[in-house]
Write a protein that binds this ligand. Structure first.
Ligand SMILES: [Zn+2]
Length: 490
């Protein structure tokens, strides 16, 4: 029940070391799927063993029961403080409540505090941290990106990255498509910026057009029709138009927002989990709090300049679930081009208050979309990971030679020039060789890196079958193996 994975043990150890070094305010960055509950309950149990009760502060009323249930499920004695729903016992190990309730009704005495979703850090939190200056606080967040967090927390403990968790099978891999990125860019080019993000009202006008919504339905029908899907829209009107068009197309779809009656919301979410509703759209409700790991497609319809919001949304579909092989991101907002896929996310140091200029963020692009199929890939990738074609415009001009990017045709000094097909051929040969020996794909990956000077093979090449190496390739592999063996021996 309290079984810790080694990486979770490392996190707890680092937090303890931080405390021993005098840090009373620590931020723990834990990705989706990093076992937040396990880590939190372990900390609460340790505090309890020393005679300290804990408080667990959640951000919204919807999260109170969810948090109380999960903490109870791991065997803790849990109290709840909430208007009309207060359950306190004298031997509670932890009391769960929202920051609003604690601020309004007073916080029960406690010797340890955890702030959930601490990237939100509100005035209530800050006041409490100031008032309880001797009590240790730990903030939990998947995205501790708010630029002033460094002013409130003195230590950051990072859990494993999304990339590592995905590699280890704790999260499902995600692919993204961003079709029609030019029309999105056009639509949002005039939208004003405020406090680091787009102004919602203007954004809604820009995105709420038949053309953009039509693309959403068409793309989903083509790529994700069999997937339980979450839509992230700009505002209520926009969300409702998207859903209306899904319904017009004969798809069972629903919209929920903060004004949806709680019982109705519960019904809708239950129908979604049961597969009766296949597309569920919202503005903010799904961003935080609602959890259904089976959802395997996210439609991004709200352009944002907030990397935290982007990651919170993607986090909803990368959780592991039975029968779920991967997650599909249909990006009609251009957000993945700006911020990348979940595996690209890394937690930076805590901010010291400096904001990055929004206009600069808007202009930055780390990824590109294939102009043929819309697949999102790294901007230095030359072959589309999805359709396998070379990115137009790059096709005949550049190739890799000995790991360096060169103009096509400059190999007339006698050294080999590799086209994309050549390179893929080498990868397939490495695959064949590894498969025969029962080795992992990683071997082919590393052989490819060695052959092409650190250039990575596109992810989609895994879908191509192994091909028996040519004499030349077999020779190279033999030398590579000898070199590797020598390096290991050394
Ligand atoms: Zn493509």
């Amino acid at each position: 029940m309290f079984e810790l994975h080694p990486f979770q043990g490392d996190i707890i150890r680092e937090l303890r070391q931080g405390y021993a070094a005098g840090h009373r305010r620590q931020m723990c960055a834990l990705a989706t799927g990093g076992g937040k509950t396990v880590v939190a309950s372990h900390l609460i149990r340790s505090a309890s063993a020393k005679g300290n009760r804990s408080i667990f502060i959640v951000d919204r009323i919807e999260l109170v029961n969810q948090a109380a249930d999960t903490l109870q499920a791991v065997g803790l004695r849990v109290g709840v403080m909430q208007a009309g729903n207060t359950w306190l016992h004298c031997d509670d190990e932890v009391i769960v409540g929202t920051r609003q309730t604690f601020a309004a009704r007073g916080v029960p005495p406690a010797g340890f505090a955890i702030i959930d979703e601490a990237h939100v850090l509100a005035k209530d939190h800050i006041k409490l941290m100031e008032a309880w200056n001797r009590v240790p606080f730990i903030g939990l967040s998947a995205t501790p990106l708010r630029p002033d967090l460094g002013g409130h927390f003195t230590n950051l403990v990072r859990g494993p990255t999304v990339a590592w968790l995905t590699e280890q099978g704790f999260l499902t891999p995600a692919r993204a498509f961003c079709p029609g990125s030019e029309s999105i860019e056009r639509a949002i080019s005039g939208v004003k910026l405020k406090r680091g993000d787009f102004v919602s009202s203007e954004l809604a006008d820009a995105m709420n057009t038949k053309a953009l919504i039509g693309d959403i339905i068409a793309t989903w029908t083509e790529k994700a029709i069999d997937r339980p899907t979450l839509v992230f829209a700009v505002d209520i009107a926009h969300s409702k138009s998207v859903i209306a068009d899904f319904v017009d197309a004969g798809v069972s779809a629903a919209h929920i927002d903060a004004y949806t009656r709680p019982d109705e919301r519960k019904d809708i979410i239950a129908s979604f989990k049961a597969g009766e509703i296949r597309v569920l759209s919202s503005v903010n409700v799904l961003g935080i709090g609602f959890d259904y790991p089976g959802a395997s497609c996210a439609i991004l319809a709200r352009p944002t300049l907030s990397e935290a919001l982007h990651m919170q949304q993607l986090g909803r579909v990368i959780r592991r679930a039975d029968g779920k092989a991967d997650a599909l991101i249909l990006d009609h907002a251009g957000n993945t081009l700006r911020f990348g896929l979940p595996i690209h996310f890394e937690v930076p140091d805590l901010g010291k208050g400096e904001h990055q200029a929004a206009s600069k963020k808007k202009a930055e692009k780390r990824m590109v979309a294939c102009s043929h199929c819309g697949a999102v890939m790294e901007s230095d990738q030359f072959t589309c990971s999805s359709c396998g074609i070379d990115r137009p415009g790059r096709k005949s001009k550049v190739v890799y030679r000995d790991g360096r990017l060169v103009e096509y045709g400059s190999g007339d000094d006698g050294t080999a020039v590799f086209s994309v097909e050549d390179r893929r051929g080498w990868y397939q040969a490495f695959r064949w060789y590894a498969e025969r020996r029962g080795w992992k794909d990683g071997w082919a990956f590393h052989a490819f890196l060695a052959k092409f000077g650190g250039m990575k093979p596109p992810f989609a090449w895994k879908l191509f079958p192994g091909i028996q190496p040519s004499d030349e390739q077999a020779r190279w592999i033999r030398h590579y193996q000898i070199r590797s063996a020598k390096r290991r021996a050394a």
